[in-house]
Ligand binder design. Structure first.
Ligand SMILES: Cc1cc2nc3c(=O)[nH]c(=O)nc-3n(C[C@H](O)[C@H](O)[C@H](O)COP(=O)(O)OP(=O)(O)OC[C@H]3O[C@@H](n4cnc5c(N)ncnc54)[C@H](O)[C@@H]3O)c2cc1C
Ligand SMILES: NC(=O)c1ccc[n+]([C@@H]2O[C@H](COP(=O)([O-])OP(=O)(O)OC[C@H]3O[C@@H](n4cnc5c(N)ncnc54)[C@H](O)[C@@H]3O)[C@@H](O)[C@H]2O)c1
Length: 479
């Protein structure tokens, strides 16, 4: 077995691992980035990018179907599944290739292919061909789909997100299990591309929405577009000659429906169970997870760091990159380990309408200031610009602290949520008050004028401003 000795070993060349590698390299050349399967990252291969490509095709089909609203007749819309999937795969491959190239441009002596596992606190065995002794170790092994046991009854018709992006054509029907972020994004996209979809959940939630008023609005909106069984008790899954037959109980009645495929989008699990982590000499909880400091990404007071999806804290791309940066700096600059203030939290779900969450959720605001926070809201149903473009659905709810007037957080289901979420996250991070936010410029006619209305409503609820009026004279029409 070959032996290597390095200052920093990084396990996993995904987004978090690549960034950690880049940062650690600034402090030492004795860095080794170990990848078990292939370069290219989850984001580019089977995550953010191909899912957004599929959604873009769906959006295009949907916009064409809605053109009549504007007096534009487009005739019959034909969706060519093979062309849709060819574009998804081709563009996806381009993204993957650019990531692979950037990895292959790195010095060969700093890269190693093979599955890594711990043989001791500082010892890794890689692919049974190399023993690596590392002073510090960054674990950046990502996550994988979590598939409940009963789904295996669907046999060869069971798919996860990874499989969808290799399809040559669109199927006739898909039962999507898991109304979380992945299930909702992919379910709506497939439905808009003409695939018969039913979305199955167990607890009545949708898209990870925490604010009950917004969740109920979203459930109704999606349910009007395609069948959503948000509280289904699945009794049986059978592989039949044609596909998969699902039997479930909902509202006290038994239902059966057959589909070509069953998509499992029922959450993801961290890739920590395949690392022999028990040999790493760090404390683990009863789920086998180390305790990680979110500001240093360090496990306890050890030399081991845990970054990206594998720590299961904020499983999002920009967070994986931030965590890689923090851990890479700390592992490289060891023993100078620095705590870094994390950015304001922000999440966006790329459905239509989009879903966004920023800062504290309703429940967290209630926990932080029990009885001491207020809510301001706006409906987008009559919002000027949203109406102009035919996207006037949704609700934005903002949370602010009584006394200080601080803006705490927000949840939104509505148009341009991806952009409004950024403005709001920047305000949370800058610890702005609602008054300060209202003093910012707002153009006309834009969707952000809806945000201003919600801010005025929050200002009023915080007893800091007058009641917002429907037809305000200092705003443009329909703001
Ligand atoms: C369908 C889908 C859509 C998504 N959309 C978005 C989105 O729109 N926006 C967003 O912010 N996030 C999105 N995400 C989440 C985002 O993709 C992840 O948060 C991010 O990619 C995690 O990066 P990572 O570096 O932690 O893991 P990964 O990129 O998965 O990297 C982990 C690497 O570790 C390797 N590895 C694992 N075990 C070992 C081992 N023992 N030895 C060596 N190597 C190993 C793996 O092969 C892999 O290359 C999406 C995810 C999915 C699945
Ligand atoms: N736009 C984005 O930023 C984006 C997009 C996709 C994924 N992601 C990331 O990937 C992570 C994982 O997404 P996800 O959708 O897999 O997980 P999730 O946790 O968001 O959703 C899983 C859903 O499956 C449901 N579920 C669990 N078991 C079930 C069962 N047996 N039957 C039916 N439903 C069941 C859960 O109640 C939940 O609603 C997200 O948390 C997010 O961080 C982000």
């Amino acid at each position: 077995m070959e032996k290597r000795q390095v200052d920093v070993a990084i396990i996993g060349a995904g987004t978090a691992g690549m960034v950690a590698y880049q940062r650690a390299r600034k402090k030492t050349d004795k860095v080794l980035l170990i990848e078990g399967k292939q370069y290219g990252t989850t984001c580019a291969r089977v995550g953010c990018m191909p899912s957004k490509l599929l959604i873009a095709a769906a959006e295009s089909a949907h916009n064409a179907s809605q053109a009549g609203l504007f007096g534009v007749q487009v005739g019959d819309i034909k969706i060519d599944g093979r062309q849709v999937m060819a574009r998804v795969r081709n563009e996806r491959d381009r993204f993957v290739q650019s990531v692979v190239r950037s990895m292959e441009n790195q010095p060969e002596e700093q890269r190693l292919m093979g599955h890594a596992r711990f043989a001791g606190p500082h010892r890794l065995i890689v692919g049974e061909h190399t023993e690596v002794v590392a002073d510090r170790i960054v674990i950046a092994t990502g996550s994988r789909p979590n598939v409940p046991g009963m789904f295996t009854d669907a046999k060869d018709r069971l798919v996860v997100n990874d499989d969808i992006f290799s399809w040559d054509d669109l199927p006739e029907s898909v039962a999507v299990f898991g109304p979380g972020i992945i299930g909702l994004e992919l379910g709506q996209a497939l439905s808009r591309l003409g695939v018969r979809v039913r979305l199955f959940g167990v607890r009545g939630g949708i898209g990870g929405i925490r604010d009950e008023k917004i969740r109920d609005y979203a459930l109704k909106t999606f349910g009007d577009e395609f069948p959503v069984s948000a509280k289904a008790d699945t009794k049986r899954i059978e592989r039949t000659e044609e596909g998969v037959k699902i039997t479930w109980v909902e509202g006290g009645k038994e239902h059966k429906e057959s589909f070509e495929y069953l998509l499992a989008a029922t959450g993801r699990r961290p890739n920590i169970d395949n690392l022999d982590i028990q040999n790493a000499g760090i404390d683990l909880d009863d789920r086998g997870m180390p305790d990680v400091d979110p500001n240093t990404l360090r496990c306890g007071d050890s030399h081991i760091f845990l970054v990206g999806d594998v720590n299961n804290e904020r499983p999002l791309l920009h967070e994986a990159a931030d965590e890689g940066r923090i851990a890479g700096d700390n592992a490289g600059g060891w023993p100078d380990v620095r705590a870094v203030t994390r950015k304001a939290s922000m999440g966006v779900v790329f459905t239509d309408p989009q879903i966004a969450s920023v800062g504290l959720s309703y429940q967290d605001a209630d926990k932080k200031c029990p009885g001491g926070f207020a809510v301001g809201e706006v409906s987008f149903e009559n919002q000027g610009r949203s109406k102009v473009i035919g996207k006037n659905r949704g609700l934005l709810r903002l949370y602010g602290e009584h006394g200080s007037g601080l803006f705490l957080g927000a949840e939104m289901f509505g148009p341009a949520a991806e952009h409004i979420a950024h403005l709001l996250a920047w305000c949370v991070q800058k610890r702005m008050t609602v008054s300060e936010m209202l003093a910012m410029p707002f153009y006309h006619p834009v969707i952000e004028e809806g945000l201003r209305t919600a801010l005025k409503d929050l200002h009023y609820s915080l007893e800091e401003g007058p009641q917002a009026v429907d037809e305000c004279m200092d705003c443009g029409p329909g703001s």
